[in-house]
Design a protein around this ligand. Structure first.
Ligand code: ADP
Length: 206
């Protein structure tokens, strides 16, 4: 990390296909928020490089990339965005998307990240999310969305390894947002939760 201070952050959390990426991108276009998706970072790596090959071996199977490799690549991306001043930690809240994805990662990022709020986007209808992923497979040409077995594995991993991350944060830090509304409705609920957090952040800018 280029700074000693912990980055004030928002965690966008939820199962695959729930719209974290879509909402994160919109949020990232609002001044004062910087969105960083680990999935996007992984997809931007040269798949011919040794690191790219290693990552792809896991993502293509719908498995979690090992923690050490995930954290190393994610930190490198974060440092680059700070160096480029795309992410300005004094002004921007970092919107984390895809990390932490298991309980071990919550401690591994703790030295660098200060989570101010968690937005848990949930959907009770798993079949609806699978349908969304299938549409995304075509739209974004994502191999991990095209295969039914890989999709089901990602949901199993979410239930078993990712969902327990929510228990690592106090309930008053978490807002629950239902994903089945229109994108504008979901966005509105997210903003309602985050406006007070951003106001607080602007007050404490130093
Ligand atoms: P989704 O939108 O379906 O949740 P992402 O784009 O966030 O998918 O992630 C795609 C894939 O990248 C995951 O299925 C997983 O293989 C890998 N991945 C993303 N974030 C992490 C992480 N924090 N730790 C380990 N693997 C990760």
């Amino acid at each position: 990390m280029t700074e000693n201070k912990r980055f004030r952050s928002i965690l966008l959390f939820g199962p695959p296909g729930v719209g974290k990426g879509t909402q994160g991108k919109i949020l990232g276009s609002v001044p004062g928020f910087f969105h960083l998706s680990v999935g996007d970072v992984f997809r931007s790596i040269d798949i011919g490089s040794p690191e790219g090959k290693e990552v792809c071996a896991f993502t293509s199977q719908g498995k979690l990339v090992p923690d050490e490799l995930t954290i190393r690549i994610w930190k490198k991306a974060l440092d680059a965005y700070v160096a480029l001043s795309w992410f300005k930690p004094r002004e921007d809240l970092l919107v984390l998307d895809g990390i932490p994805r298991n309980v071990a990662q919550t401690s591994l990022i703790n030295d660098n990240i200060d989570i101010r709020h968690v937005v848990h986007i949930s959907c009770s209808d798993e079949e609806d999310m699978i349908h969304r992923l299938r549409r995304r497979a075509i739209r974004e040409n994502r191999a991990d969305d095209a295969n039914e077995e890989v999709i089901r594995r990602r949901f199993d991993i979410y239930r078993e390894q990712s969902k327990p991350v929510l228990d690592c944060y106090p309930p008053e830090l978490i807002s629950h947002v239902e994903a089945s509304g229109s994108p504008a409705e979901v966005l509105s609920a997210i903003l309602k939760a985050l406006i007070p957090i951003q106001n607080e952040h602007f007050k404490n800018e130093d």
